[in-house]
Every structure is written in C-alpha cells, then in structure tokens.
Design a protein around this ligand. Structure first.
Ligand code: SF4
Length: 297
C-alpha cells in the first residue's frame, strides 16, 4: 500500500489516506480483452505505460501445466484472454493481499486507484477476496470508484466499503440509477473530470440523487479542462439542498478555496482493532503458513 496524494482519500484523523492496488489495469468502459476502450484522459493508463511499465509487465504469474505435450502456459495474474504484453491489462497482485492488515490505526484505503476493480472481465474471486479482506478489517474505511456499477450488484458489500460512480456528463447518470441498487452503505458520485453541465435540464434532480452520501467534483488534467463555474455551482446547490457533503478538488481553482466536506461516516467509532499477535495468528492459520495467500484462495 502507498500513501496517496488523492485529496479526497483522507484518514479519519485528517492525514492522507492510502491506495491498495491488489488489482490493477482496466480495459475501459465497454472494453473487452481483444478490444480495450480506455478513456483518453486516463491518468492510470499513462502511468502504466510510463514509469510503471516494467513493473507491471513483470507481473504475469506465469506457470506451466505439466502433462500436456506442449506444457500449456498459464498467466495466473492476468485476466483470462488478457494481453500480458499490455501493462494496463488487468492484473492481480497476490503479494499485496496483506497490505491493509498491516495498518494499525483506522485508515482510509482507496482500492484499485490504478484500474477498475469492477470490470466485467475481472475474475470473480479477485473481487470477492478483496471484499473479504475489507470485511475482516472494520476499523478501516475502503473506497471503490467504478464506471461499471452493475458488476457491484453481484457482491455483498461490507458497511465499511464505500462505493462511488464516475459521472463526467449527463449521459453518465444511468450509473447512479444502478448504484442505488448496490449493497454499499455509503454511495458517492465523483464528478471528475466534469465535462458538461451534469444537471442541465434536470429540475428537480433525478430521484436517484437522494440516495447519494457524498459528491466529489474535479477538473480534467492533462490536457487541462476546467469546467464552467455554473456547472459546478449547480452541483453544489443541488447537493446542499439534499444535505449531501461536497468535496471540491484543488484542480478546479475554486474562488475562495475548495470546499472540503466528508460523510460523517468517516469519523464514526471504528470496530474492534486486533493486536499484532491476533493478526499474525489469523493470517497464518488461514494461509497454511504463507501470509501472501491469505485472501487469494
Ligand atoms: S481506469 Fe477509469 S479512467 Fe482509466 S480507462 Fe478505466 S474507466 Fe477509464
């Protein structure tokens, strides 16, 4: 796990939160292994092709199945039919499974900042094992942001996992309609990058908006595209009327400074925190002595 500079990922004590990239990579909304359709503005994709390329390409989990005349090659850490030569092909990192267990103080952990955990092409056990870990650590808050909320409907979400959807324009509202049926207790919208007037011609706001617990608004970077102030005002006003906390990112350069509100859930009393020896015992008993396979069953 790494400390993150993502402004809205904050620990309950206000310090910077963490990212946990046990699953990396994305094929983009509606992408498939043979035809990825990644977002042009994707920061994670740029990083994966840049300074992280060598690291990502090295994680394929290659193993050979004996007994076949040709020793069939299996890339166990790459999605089925995924291209192992593409650094942003979704990958699993089993050796990162224990990261959240090592945090002693209640923390906020953003899952898969470097990809899409809920892509249709992500193996079910990669997602389930991730959520199992979250359920075992109620003292932490986990955050997932997706463009594919329908996949979330197939999983039970522990109360400490917040689920958000990205809405960049009016045409993305359908994601909020799906989000409302997820089991996540805290649901949020990330209007980042905000590319048009998301609430235009939506008065009153869609009823789905009433189930939202938090909104985040930000601009596109690289290339920079600052949304019009009236689009941002409209979201803030609508959220205010619904009593929804608002978080504005620095990249909006908002006059008077950004608004920094969080759902009260962030600082609610946490679950019981285990001692070091309790954690070690649990990890070792589940993994047969191999901590790195704790949740990678
Ligand atoms: S990680 Fe998000 S922004 Fe990047 S390609 Fe996937 S859906 Fe698009």
């Amino acid at each position: 796990m790494n400390r993150t500079k993502i402004e809205w990922v904050k620990n309950p004590d206000g310090s910077p939160g963490w990212t946990w990239n046990k699953v990396t990579g994305c094929l983009g909304p509606n992408g498939t292994p043979s035809k990825p359709r990644r977002c042009l503005y994707c920061f994670a994709h740029r990083l994966a092709r840049g300074r992280l390329k060598k690291l990502y390409l090295s994680n394929i989990g290659c193993s050979l199945i004996d007994g076949s005349p040709h020793h069939i090659r299996l890339y166990t850490n790459v999605i089925p039919d995924g291209d192992p030569n593409d650094p942003f092909t979704p990958r699993h990192w089993p050796d990162r499974a224990t990261g959240p267990y090592r945090r002693k103080t209640p923390s906020t952990i953003f899952i898969s900042s470097m990809g899409e955990l809920l892509g249709d092409y992500i193996p079910e056990d990669w997602i389930k094992n991730t959520l199992d870990t979250c359920a075992e650590l109620p003292q932490h808050t986990f955050q997932i942001l997706t463009k594919n909320p329908k996949r979330a409907l197939y999983f039970a979400f522990p109360d400490n996992v917040w689920l958000g959807v990205t809405v960049t324009s009016r045409s993305d509202w359908f994601r909020v309609g799906i989000l409302r049926y997820s089991h996540a207790k805290i649901k949020f919208i990330s209007f980042e990058p905000l590319l048009d007037d998301a609430f235009a011609r939506l008065s009153p706001p869609p009823s789905d908006f009433s189930i939202i617990d938090w909104v985040i608004i930000g601009a596109q970077t690289q290339p920079t595209l600052i949304p019009k102030a009236q689009w941002v005002y409209r979201i803030i006003d609508t959220a205010r009327q619904a009593g929804i906390p608002v978080f504005l990112k620095n990249n909006l350069h908002w006059p008077g400074g950004p608004i920094r509100e969080f759902p009260p859930e962030l600082t609610r009393p946490r679950g019981k925190v285990e001692t070091n020896s309790q954690i070690s015992r649990r990890i070792l008993s589940k993994s047969g002595g191999q901590p790195h396979v704790l949740v990678h069953k």
